[in-house]
Design a protein around this ligand. Structure first.
Ligand code: BG6
Length: 484
């Protein structure tokens, strides 16, 4: 349930994440009347600016303002915004923020006050901010206090533990909401329903029917000025260790006892604990080079010269439990590829001793974005007087089937969950810990901590990825079918 008298403080309010995601999502919720009654939004950042300037920045990414309804909602939204400038390390700045919060709360009818702190900040200041908020801006007894944080949560198992434990000194697990925005995506949420509300899916969801699974993330642009951050982290920390592993855990976990947050997260942790660290031999690394007038990774001025940071990675994970023993799960992600696409592709086994020859395997594809869809590649009789099996599809493309529905933005869904206090779609501390265990050895190898750094193979900007990719996938039994 939503609580009246809630203040949402966005720290790092003039940064990229706040402008592109957090503030537009808050506006989206406001416009759809999902924010608590009388909710106020306080921007906080180092930059000194007045309210008018903050309003301008905060709303610079709002789309569709030519529509009078949107523009009217935006005017109302601005009335809920205020701004405070301050540092992240010093207590005084936070005492000043506290004064501002108290002033807002003085106007509330009841004494209750609830505070949500959204840290749209680089991880270097997570700890001082967590400390300062707790010591200076914690809502008085009886009110709700929540902190929302976002990756990168460390760089490997040890650094993640250190970060987690430091934040934990000030904020309890119950008060902490760790965002992985893929958990807010409609099609990721749909996995639970597809799997557990359909007998037909449940029955073939295991090693007996499934040959291999691919979870793929493709982006058609490179680092484009974000090379400083990217080069320090690489594609595995940016996408695989969090977004794709989250998808994998929901795809493969056992049925939770209930829909409750802890029941779901217990099952996710359990399946992740059955995955050993990734082997080097199960890994393919790539880096994009200039092609068709587009710059290569090393041409980005924000990237250190001669960097061997991978911008593409394919890794295969194995789950050692009775349901999944022997099934390869290939996670692959790359920047500067030929298209924007995120999907799960489950390839089923061949029909045994079939009476039909040379038929394509069944594939269930869950397209997370763009154009959300679930489709099943299957064989059907070619219409006519001869009996011949041809590949075709059962297609549930959302924009055709659910014509009147709007698919929510991931950040809208997650902020609403945090306001309601629902942890289901947030990452629990032990989930993060086990995710790092799976990836840390391979990351240390890539970082050169266990010998010379591996050289990624190159692939042209705008291509499907390294030319070695098809052989890599083939090695795990993927058979290219001829269905569309
Ligand atoms: C972020 C990564 O977590 O996810 C970015 O840091 C990436 O590099 C982004 O572009 C992708 O998110 P989405 O929602 O556009 O798929």
């Amino acid at each position: 349930e939503l609580k009246d008298n809630t203040i949402i403080v966005v720290l790092g309010a003039s940064g990229d994440l706040a402008k592109k995601k957090t503030l537009p999502a808050l506006f989206g919720l406001f416009r759809q009347k999902f924010l608590p009654r009388d909710c106020k939004i306080v921007g906080y950042a180092r930059t000194k600016m007045d309210k008018a300037e903050f309003d301008k920045r905060a709303t610079s990414y709002i789309k569709g303002t030519e529509d009078p309804e949107v523009s009217k909602a935006l005017d109302d939204f601005k009335k809920a915004l205020t701004y405070v400038a301050g540092g992240y390390e010093d207590a005084e700045s936070f005492q000043n923020l506290e004064k501002h919060l108290k002033e807002i709360e003085a106007n509330y009818q009841s004494k209750e006050c609830n505070r949500i702190f959204y840290l749209a900040l680089p991880p270097t200041v997570f700890i001082p901010v967590a400390k300062n908020l707790k010591e200076n801006c914690y809502a008085p007894k009886g009110g709700i206090n929540r902190i929302i944080i976002e990756k990168p949560f460390g760089k490997d198992l040890d650094s993640a533990r250190e970060l987690l434990n430091s934040v934990k000194q000030y904020w309890t697990e119950d008060e902490t909401f760790r965002i992985d925005h893929y958990l807010g995506k409609e099609m990721v949420k749909n996995l639970l329903v597809l799997r557990f509300a359909n007998v037909a899916m449940g029955a073939c969801w295991d090693k007996n029917s499934i040959s291999n699974v691919q979870i793929t993330f493709k982006e058609p642009f490179g680092t484009e000025g974000r090379g400083g951050y990217f080069d320090e982290f690489g594609i595995i920390r940016d996408i695989l260790q969090n977004h794709l592993l989250q998808v994998l855990s929901i795809l493969t976990m056992e049925r939770p006892v209930s829909f409750a947050a802890e029941d779901i997260r217990d099952e996710k942790v359990k399946v992740l604990r059955s995955i050993p660290p990734i082997e080097r031999s199960d890994t393919l690394l790539g880096q994009y080079v200039s092609a068709n007038g587009k710059p290569g990774y090393l041409d980005d001025e924000t990237v250190p010269p001669n960097s061997v940071c991978p911008t593409f990675a394919a890794t295969t994970l194995w789950i050692h439990n009775p349901r999944w023993e022997g099934v390869p799960f290939i996670l692959k992600a790359g920047k500067a590829l030929n298209e924007a696409k995120v999907e799960v592709r489950i390839q089923f086994k061949d029909v045994t001793q079939g009476i039909f020859k040379d038929i394509a395997r069944n594939e269930l594809v869950i397209r997370i974005q763009p154009s959300e869809a679930v489709y099943l590649k299957m064989n059907a009789k070619s219409p006519g007087l001869y009996t011949r099996a041809i590949p075709t599809e059962m297609d549930l493309t959302y924009k055709r089937r659910f014509t009147d529905s709007k698919i929510p933005e991931a950040y809208e869904a997650l902020i609403l969950d945090a306001l309601r206090g629902d942890h289901s779609n947030f990452v629990r501390h032990d989930e993060l810990d086990v995710a790092w265990k799976i990836f840390t050895p391979i990351l240390h190898w890539i970082d050169g901590q266990s010998g010379p750094r591996p050289r990624p193979v190159s692939y042209p900007y705008g291509s499907r990825g390294p030319k070695e990719l098809d052989a890599f996938i083939g090695k795990y039994g993927y058979k290219r079918g001829d269905a569309a």
